[in-house]
Design a protein around this ligand. Structure first.
Ligand code: ARG
Length: 469
């Protein structure tokens, strides 16, 4: 073991040290302080304090002149922080006490009245909700920008034919537009999850005080409205103990990042020399320091990985919250870094994916050739046998299987078989069968609602254009 750092001789904490003779050990201070990260809540903290002070004055709990001094002082603090002139102090633990202590230096005695009818417990719950609410709005914006990028790709290639896969094996021809629109749907659900979480999180904890409410005649509806909340939280214990809003944010972020990871994986595959389905732009590719020919899809690979961080944060917060007795426990201070990191990661991921999707170019000819290979129209052939010859689907499936085997043996694709080849397997087959073996016919025929036919894809594009405005 290394030596312990020397115990710091220090006086008791100015904010809560009334009953303490000595200050905290340096190690205690190091484990206790959150200012290193929760300074990111400064704007929310100051907004919450301004709303609280205005309400206290309106209710006659503090004088209007004190409230005015507090308001002015908080604006000074805000500008000091924004210009980088604010003296953050670890001894003052967190953003709440850093702001209040500086306010005291600036305006003197009235600063001490700000904490009436309030606790750091409802304060941090309020600040953090406000912060997560902003990030939720930003996530929705980022998601919609990405949806627009996918929509533009879909519009361009509504009828470009490409292979659709199951098990990463060629399954049936689909359209590029259809594939792009699959992500528009996923992202639509992601945005809806954030909107839904926002509605639920928009209740104000301020005024719950430490846990039990307060004996002062506060107006919680006033502070809630001033901070843009729909209503005050209805139970003071729940108000300070709840971190569902953060968990819902992280859960929605995890699902969204999982979607990004899936498309990232497709980009890695599609941009490989073996596939060549897409070319990523120079702006979103990197080179190799040793192999001059390389164009690496680094951004896509990183996006494929980012879900790990976001889901990690989600698991961390769930694990941290489970088993905590009501109400506030200091464990909950550990919520912030996880959420900060997850939010930053999600925003960067959305921006990077949007850039890649905007810039990427599909290799239309390669997509088309790939769509036609691998007996991709076998289902169309089976369907034709059902429709035209009246075979039960199971039998049609069997006949088609034999035709695929024959084509494989001859080293050709289904449309290359002769009519005689076809009739050797089933004598009822006629020339008309060849019309359904082409990839364009194949996709155009899939007119069922939500199917891959260009007409269906265009209908979905129009619907989403309407939704996204
Ligand atoms: N820094 C603390 C946190 O982030 C603020 C709340 C502290 N409350 C308390 N009673 N110690 O959770």
């Amino acid at each position: 073991m290394t030596d312990q750092p020397a115990t710091k001789p220090q006086t008791a904490n100015a904010m809560w040290g009334g009953r303490f003779a000595a200050g905290p050990d340096a190690i205690m201070e190091a484990i206790n302080a959150s200012i290193g990260f929760d300074k990111r809540l400064y704007a929310q903290d100051i907004a919450g304090s301004r709303a609280h002070a205005a309400m206290l004055a309106a209710q006659g709990v503090i004088s209007t002149s004190d409230a005015e001094a507090i308001r002015e002082g908080l604006l000074t603090v805000l500008s000091e922080i924004e210009t980088g002139d604010f003296p953050f102090s670890t001894a003052l633990e967190d953003i709440h006490m850093n702001v209040e202590s500086r306010l005291k230096e600036i305006i003197g005695e009235p600063a001490g009245r700000l904490h009436t009818a309030r606790s750091r417990n409802d304060q941090v719950a309020t600040d953090f909700r406000l912060w997560v609410r902003d990030q939720t709005d930003a996530a929705i914006e980022g998601i919609e920008a990405l949806q627009r990028a996918f929509l533009a790709q879909a519009e361009q290639g509504a009828d470009w034919v490409m292979p659709g896969f199951t098990h990463l094996q060629t399954a049936q021809p689909v359209t590029w537009g259809h594939h792009m629109m699959a992500y528009v749907e996923m992202l639509g659900r992601d945005a809806a999850r954030f909107r839904d979480a926002r509605n639920r999180m928009n209740e104000c904890p301020l005024g719950a005080a430490a846990l039990a409410g307060t004996s002062f005649p506060i107006d919680r509806h006033m502070t809630a409205a001033a901070l843009g909340f729909d209503r005050p939280a209805a139970n003071s214990l729940d108000a300070v103990a709840d971190r569902d809003f953060a968990l819902e944010f992280l859960s929605a972020a995890s699902i969204c990042a999982m979607h990004l990871s899936r498309f990232a994986e497709e980009l890695v595959i599609w941009s490989s020399a073996q596939f060549r389905f897409v070319r990523l732009s120079d702006r979103f590719s990197t080179g190799s320091s040793i192999m001059p020919q390389k164009r690496n899809p680094d951004a896509a690979e990183l996006l494929r990985a980012k879900i790990a961080r976001i889901l990690g944060a989600t698991v961390a917060l769930f694990t941290m919250m489970k088993g905590l007795p009501l109400t506030y426990s200091k464990d909950m201070q550990e919520d912030k870094e996880q959420v900060f990191d997850a939010a930053d990661t999600l925003m960067l991921s959305l921006a990077a994916m949007t850039g890649m999707v905007k810039d990427m170019t599909a290799n239309v000819a390669v997509l088309r050739t790939a769509a036609a290979s691998g007996f991709s129209t076998a289902t169309d052939l089976a369907d034709w046998l059902v429709r035209t010859l009246g075979l039960p689907f199971r039998e049609a499936h069997h006949v088609t299987g034999s035709l695929v085997a024959l084509a494989e043996k001859k080293g050709c694709d289904l449309p290359d078989l002769t009519l005689q080849d076809m009739q050797s397997v089933h004598p009822g087959i006629t020339d008309a069968v060849f019309t359904v073996l082409g990839v364009d016919n194949s996709v155009a025929s899939r007119m069922s609602y939500g199917g891959t036919a260009p007409a269906q894809v265009r209908a979905q594009i129009a619907r989403w254009r309407e939704i996204l405005g």
